[in-house]
Design a protein around this ligand. Structure first.
Ligand code: GLA
Length: 577
C-alpha cells in the first residue's frame, strides 16, 4: 500500500517527490473493448497517469434509476492494469463538451449552489458513485491518486459554502487521497473556485510561466499542476474544424514541465460523444450568445486520434515526455484492426416520423402553454408540438418565442420551413383555421457558462401575429426509447428520402474500426447493431461517424438511420478508418 500526499513543492509518493504526467481519456467516450488499447497508448506516449470525468446524467438518466455506475470501477481497474495512476473528476458538473455539463436534465433546485434540493440529489448520486473510487485509491492498492472537487467552479459561481460542502462530502464518503480544484489562471476564477486547505490547480493551453505565477499569488506553496493542458480543441456544427500545431503544442508542454509542474493533457485521447451526448456552447464574450452545438467526434486534435492511432502530436509529445520518464518507454501497441471490407448499406424498411413517435414516444400532453423538454422528461431527442390556429382569419406571421433549438414546421401536413433561435418566424404567413406541427429538436444542452441548465423546446410560446396560441399538444421522443423499435410499423422505403426511421443491413468483411458516411442525408442519428453512433449533420465540419470495430460483426449488420429532415435517398457507406 502506498501513500500519495501533497507536499510543499511536490506530490509525494511514500514521501518521495513524484511528477504526474497525466492524460485525459473519458471512459464514456471510448468503446469498453478499446479501453485497454487506448490506455496502453497513453503509457507509450510517456504518461504515468490517466484522468477521467464522470458524467452524472449518463449514469442517472432518471432520479434513482442508475445505469452501469460500475463502468467507472472497471475503467480504473483497466488503468491499473496498464500501469497508470488515475485522477478522478466526479463533478457533479464536468463541462467537457458533454450534454448539460454532465448534470441530469431533471436536477432539482439551483444547480451548482448550496440549494438544499440540488445538494440532496448530489449526495444521493455520490453515495452511489464514490464506492467505485474509494475502493480503488492508492492507499488501498488501487490507482487513484487525486479526486477533484467540482470543475472550474470559479468560471461559474462563488458559492464558497457549496464548494466547501462538496469537499466535506467527498471526505465523508471515504476519499482519503488529496482533493483538488481546477480553474482558469485568473484572479476571479481562483478566488471563486478554490477551497481553503484544498490543492488548487490551473487550466490553460499556453503561457505556463504566467499561469503558474498567477496561481502562486493565491497559493504560495503546494505542487504546481496544469490540470487541463489544452493541446487541441473541439469543433462546433457549422463552424471550421479546429487544429493545433503539434510543434507549438509540444513547445507549450515543455514550458509546463520546465516549470517543475505536473500536467494533465486535455485530451490525450478524446474519443467520441456517442448517442447524442455532445453538449453545446453559447457564443459571445459572456457565453450568452448564439447556440454553438458540439459535433459528435471528440477527436480534439489530440495526440491519440479518434480511432486510437498516434498522430504527429503523439510523437512530438513522446519526445518531450521521454525526458521525464524513469526508463525507456514502451512501444505503442498495434492499432485495433481496421475494417477489411465495407460498402453501401441496403435500406429495406422505412417508417415515417409520425409512426415512430406513435410507437416509441411518450404520452401526449395538452395544455394552454407548450411544455419544455424537461417537463416532458426528454433529455436527448425531440418533441412534436401541435397547435391549432383558430379561424377563419387572414394570414399572419407565425413566430416561436424562446425556441431551443430548431423546429421543422408543417402547416396542414405541408412542410413550411425550419425555424431556429435566430430565425424563429415562418417565411409564409399562416391563415386560420390551420393545424401547425413543430418538430423541435435539442441540438445538445449547454455545458458551459451562465446558460448551462437552460430548458429545451418551446420555452416561451407560439404566436400568431401577437396572439399566443393556447391550445398546445405535445409529445416527446427520447433517443433512448429508440433502442428498441419492434413496435414501429415499418414499410418499404418509397425512394423519396422522406424523413423517418430507416432500417436495413450493411455487410462487412473483417469487422474492424470504420467510418460511416451519409452522403446526401441532412441531420439525424445512426444505430449500428443497436449502438447509437451519435448525431450526423450535413452542416459539417464532421463528415463521417466513427464506428468502433467491436460494434460490428462479420457478415450482416443491422443499421438504422433516424433522418429528421429529408435525404437524397443515397445509401449510407461504411468504409475502413
Ligand atoms: C474547460 C473544462 C473542460 C472542457 C474544456 C474545453 O477547461 O473544464 O471540461 O470543457 O474547457 O475543452
Amino acid at each position: 500500500m502506498s501513500e500519495f500526499t501533497v507536499g510543499d513543492t511536490d506530490f509525494l509518493l511514500d514521501g518521495r517527490p513524484v511528477r504526474l504526467l497525466s492524460g485525459a481519456l473519458h471512459y464514456f467516450r471510448v468503446h469498453e473493448a478499446q479501453w485497454g488499447h487506448r490506455l496502453r497508448m497513453l503509457r507509450a506516449m510517456g504518461l504515468n497517469c490517466v484522468e477521467t470525468y464522470v458524467p452524472w446524467n449518463r449514469h442517472e438518466p432518471r432520479p434513482g434509476g442508475f445505469r452501469d455506475v460500475a463502468a467507472l470501477g472497471r475503467f480504473l481497474d483497466a488503468a491499473a492494469e496498464a500501469g497508470l495512476w488515475a485522477i478522478v473528476r466526479p463533478g457533479p458538473y464536468i463541462c467537457a463538451e458533454w450534454e448539460n455539463g454532465g448534470l441530469p436534465h431533471w436536477v432539482p433546485g439551483r444547480a451548482r449552489t448550496r440549494d438544499g434540493r440540488f445538494v440532496a440529489a448530489v449526495e444521493a448520486w455520490f453515495a452511489r458513485l464514490l464506492p467505485q473510487v474509494v475502493s480503488r485509491q492508492i492507499d488501498r492498492g488501487g490507482p487513484v491518486v487525486l479526486v477533484q472537487v467540482e470543475n472550474e467552479y470559479g468560471s461559474y459561481g462563488s458559492d464558497a459554502r457549496y464548494l466547501a460542502g462538496l469537499a466535506e462530502l467527498l471526505r465523508a464518503l471515504g476519499v482519503t487521497v488529496p482533493l483538488f480544484t481546477s480553474d482558469g489562471p485568473e484572479d476571479h476564477m481562483l478566488t471563486g473556485g478554490s477551497v481553503p486547505g484544498v490543492l488548487a490547480t490551473v487550466n490553460f493551453g499556453s503561457h505556463a510561466r504566467e499561469a503558474f505565477r498567477t496561481l502562486r499569488a493565491h497559493r504560495p506553496d503546494g505542487p504546481l499542476m496544469c490540470m487541463e493542458f489544452w493541446c487541441g480543441w473541439f469543433d462546433h456544427w457549422g463552424a471550421e474544424h479546429v487544429v493545433r500545431d503539434p510543434a507549438d503544442a509540444a513547445k507549450a508542454l515543455r514550458e509546463v514541465l520546465g516549470c517543475g509542474a505536473s500536467v494533465n493533457l486535455y485530451m490525450a485521447h478524446g474519443g467520441t460523444s456517442f448517442a447524442g451526448w455532445a453538449g453545446a456552447n453559447r457564443g459571445g464574450e459572456l457565453h450568452d450568445g448564439p447556440l454553438e452545438p458540439d459535433v459528435t467526434s471528440y477527436d480534439y486534435d489530440a495526440p491519440v486520434d479518434e480511432a486510437g492511432r498516434p498522430t504527429p502530436k503523439f510523437w512530438a509529445f513522446r519526445e518531450v515526455l521521454a525526458e521525464y520518464a524513469g526508463g525507456p518507454l514502451p512501444e505503442p501497441p498495434p492499432p485495433p484492426a481496421p475494417l477489411a471490407g465495407g460498402g453501401e448499406a441496403v435500406l429495406t424498411a422505412w417508417a415515417p416520423l409520425e409512426a415512430v413517435l406513435e410507437a416509441c414516444g411518450g404520452p401526449e400532453v395538452s395544455g394552454p402553454v407548450p411544455p419544455t423538454f424537461e417537463e416532458l422528461d426528454v433529455d436527448r431527442g425531440l418533441v412534436r408540438y401541435e397547435v391549432t390556429v383558430p379561424g377563419p382569419r387572414r394570414p399572419y406571421p407565425l413566430t416561436v418565442r424562446g425556441l431551443r433549438d430548431l423546429a421543422v414546421v408543417y402547416v396542414d401536413g405541408e412542410r413550411a420551413g425550419v425555424l431556429t433561435e435566430e430565425e424563429p418566424r415562418l417565411r409564409e404567413p399562416v391563415a386560420g383555421h390551420a393545424r401547425v406541427e413543430l418538430w423541435v429538436e435539442s441540438l445538445g444542452r449547454v455545458n458551459y457558462g451562465p446558460r448551462c441548465g437552460e430548458a429545451k423546446g418551446i420555452t416561451g410560446g407560439i404566436l400568431h401575429e401577437r396572439q399566443y396560441l393556447h391550445d398546445v399538444r405535445a409529445r416527446g421522443l427520447r433517443l433512448d426509447d429508440l433502442e428498441e423499435v419492434s413496435a414501429v410499423p415499418f414499410g418499404a422505403p418509397d425512394g423519396s428520402g422522406a424523413r423517418g426511421l430507416y432500417r436495413g443491413t450493411v455487410t462487412v468483411r473483417g469487422a474492424g474500426d470504420a467510418l460511416l458516411e451519409l452522403p446526401g442525408w441532412t441531420r439525424g442519428f445512426v444505430w449500428l447493431n443497436g449502438f447509437n453512433l451519435g448525431r450526423y449533420w450535413s452542416a459539417g465540419p464532421q463528415r463521417a461517424l466513427f464506428v468502433p470495430g467491436p460494434v460490428l460483426v462479420e457478415g450482416e449488420n443491422e443499421i438504422r438511420v433516424l433522418e429528421l429532415e429529408g435525404a437524397s435517398g443515397r445509401a449510407p457507406v461504411l468504409r475502413s478508418v
